[in-house]
Design a protein around this ligand. Structure first.
Ligand code: ATP
Length: 234
């Protein structure tokens, strides 16, 4: 479905990604784990067209997308939930969700998807008239995920959904990610919380200093001595 082939991405003269290759197949949850500053967010930003690779290519169902503008990439079925949530604090929950559907004009489908996200996150239905800025951190993350789902993506890209949230909320969010995946959305999950991410993922990649250093099934990565000592604190 998504194939990243040998990309290098820079910030000015600083090389953030070195020959990064990975793939995400239809129906999977794939996670990219690694320490702070390893290049995980840059990988995600490069996939969604915000950063441009200087070398390599990104294919979506075999079609090169690494030169397309971000909105075209969204239109193809790739939606991102950025790190730090970045919802619109002065708009209501409902208005934030409407913005997630801004490239669509199928009124009936948009209504169905609004019902779908309210079913996933009933608390958002209760708070639909509240402004985004008055929500708790966990609710804002739920809103950010829901807003991305309002584009009805085939592939959902999540950047550190667990960041700064209490363990119980993290569990809820990860359960919902699994449910969204079971409903047919493919997921690419960038996480520092390797333990939680590997527990819900099918496969994983480990990134260090801008390079992919390991890839395997999530189960094998959870058992790997190297991964356990470097990322799972065991
Ligand atoms: P984090 O979990 O902290 O987000 P990360 O694995 O996602 O870490 P990136 O944010 O992709 O890592 O950063 C990769 C490298 O690129 C780091 O060395 C970082 O300092 C650098 N970098 C990231 N954003 C910029 C930027 N806007 N300008 C310059 N360098 C940047």
């Amino acid at each position: 479905m998504l194939e990243v082939k040998g990309i290098d991405t820079y910030y000015g003269n600083i090389q953030a990604l070195r020959d990064v290759s990975l793939r995400v197949d239809d129906g999977e949850i794939v996670t990219l784990i690694g320490a702070n500053g390893a290049g995980k967010s840059t990988t995600l930003m490069t996939i969604c067209g915000i950063n441009r690779p200087r070398k390599g290519e990104i294919l979506w169902d075999g079609m090169p997308i690494h030169e397309l503008p971000p909105h075209e990439i969204v239109r193809l079925g790739i939606s991102q939930v950025p790190e730090g949530r970045l919802i619109f604090p002065d708009l209501s929950v409902r208005e934030n969700l409407d913005l997630g559907a801004f490239l669509r004009n199928d009124v009936q489908g948009i209504k169905e998807d609004m019902d779908y996200v309210f079913d996933l996150f009933p608390i958002l239905a209760q708070r639909r008239r509240q402004t985004g800025g008055t929500l708790s951190g966990g609710e804002q993350q739920m809103l950010a995920i829901s807003r991305a789902l309002m584009a009805r993506p085939k592939l959902l890209l999540l950047d550190e959904p667990s960041l700064g949230l209490a363990p119980i909320i993290i569990q809820q969010i990860f359960q919902i990610i699994q449910r969204v995946n079971a409903n047919g959305t493919t997921v690419f999950l960038v996480e520092q919380n390797a333990n939680q991410a590997l527990r819900i993922a099918h496969r994983g990649y480990v990134m260090e200093n801008g390079r992919i250093v390991t890839s395997d099934s999530a189960e094998n990565l959870l058992q790997s001595e190297d991964v356990r000592s470097a990322y799972l604190g065991m």
